[in-house]
Design a protein around this ligand. Structure first.
Ligand code: ADP
Ligand code: MG
Length: 280
């Protein structure tokens, strides 16, 4: 396996024209009448079309706030987000963003197939059963299309929520710790499946995770955030071959990037302010 000597590139870089452009995004929450919390302070970065960017950072550094702003679920106080030249609000209205959270948020009374079909119903687009069957097969759920969520394991539920997030072919997939509540074995299996899914779909993706290994295995680039205020601490390009199977994840190059990102994450935690902690 050939590894580029520059596979670890720390620091802020120019990543060319972005498909997703986050510029100067700031967000303040008021905690009480006297105290405000600067959750995000002038965050700027781009995501190229087809790129998978992972974000890691200490708890409470504003990762979910950032994702919610990009998803159009929250508004920034300053700065802007453009996705293919459009605003998040426009894309959300047109059901062109795919979002999945740690909490799978499936409707318990609907079957797996109907849960995956939900975006069709919400957007008024006729349900494409062939597409649902194809996605269910891709995430290993063909035999469970008629099951309801309580009959599934945690990992299977996450697969449903990811299938639901991509069913309408989103221009951008936003994932907030989608595998965070899963055991390690399930998580690794899902990480492998997600890789082949991405390889076949090529969906531009922003993935928030608290696992450095997961970030390095899946992402083209890892952004490390620091807290209070939430900001970019460092970025690493992950220039490892794909698919990143065991041969890659057992390699020295992989471990070196994991170590470098982990060290940077430790730096970011040390550099994070401690005032006004409001929990997360
Ligand atoms: P992360 O996802 O990185 O753990 P969050 O984006 O959830 O962080 O939160 C960032 C900070 O903003 C935290 O200190 C959190 O308590 C605070 N926060 C998030 N949402 C709200 C809100 N609606 N009101 C007040 N504070 C909030
Ligand atoms: Mg969060």
């Amino acid at each position: 396996m050939k590894l580029a000597p520059d596979s670890v590139v720390a620091g802020h870089q120019d990543h060319g024209v972005g498909f997703v452009e986050v510029s100067g995004v700031s967000k303040t929450f008021s905690l009480n009448r006297r105290q405000n919390l600067l959750a995000l302070d002038g965050m700027s970065f781009d995501i190229r079309k087809g790129e998978l960017v992972a974000v890691v950072g200490p708890s409470g550094c504003g990762k979910s706030t950032l994702l919610r702003i990009i998803a159009g679920l929250e508004t920034a106080d300053a700065g802007s987000v453009r996705i293919g030249g459009e605003s998040p609000a426009t894309l959300t209205r047109e059901h062109r963003l795919g979002v999945a959270f740690q909490d799978h948020a499936l409707l318990p009374w609907l079957s797996v197939g109907d849960n995956i079909a939900l975006p069709y119903r919400l957007s008024g687009v006729p349900v494409n059963r062939a597409r649902i069957a194809q996605l269910a097969a891709m995430v290993g759920l063909s035999d469970f299309l008629h099951s309801v969520p309580r009959q599934l394991s945690g990992g299977m539920r996450q697969r449903v929520s990811i299938a639901r997030a991509i069913v309408l072919d989103p221009v951008l997939l936003l994932l907030d710790e989608p595998f965070g509540a899963l055991d390690l074995v399930t998580r690794r299996a899902l990480n492998r499946e997600m890789q082949s899914l991405w390889a076949s779909l090529g969906t531009t993706t922003l993935l928030i995770t608290h696992s450095v290994e997961e970030a390095v295995q899946l992402a083209d680039r890892v952004i490390i955030m620091a807290a209070r205020p939430g900001r970019i601490h460092a970025q690493f390009n992950v220039d490892l071959p794909r698919p990143r199977d065991r041969v890659v994840t057992d390699s020295l190059a992989f471990l070196q990037i994991v170590q470098a990102v982990s060290a940077s994450l430790d730096d970011a935690s040390a550099a994070s302010g401690s005032s006004l902690e409001a929990g997360s």
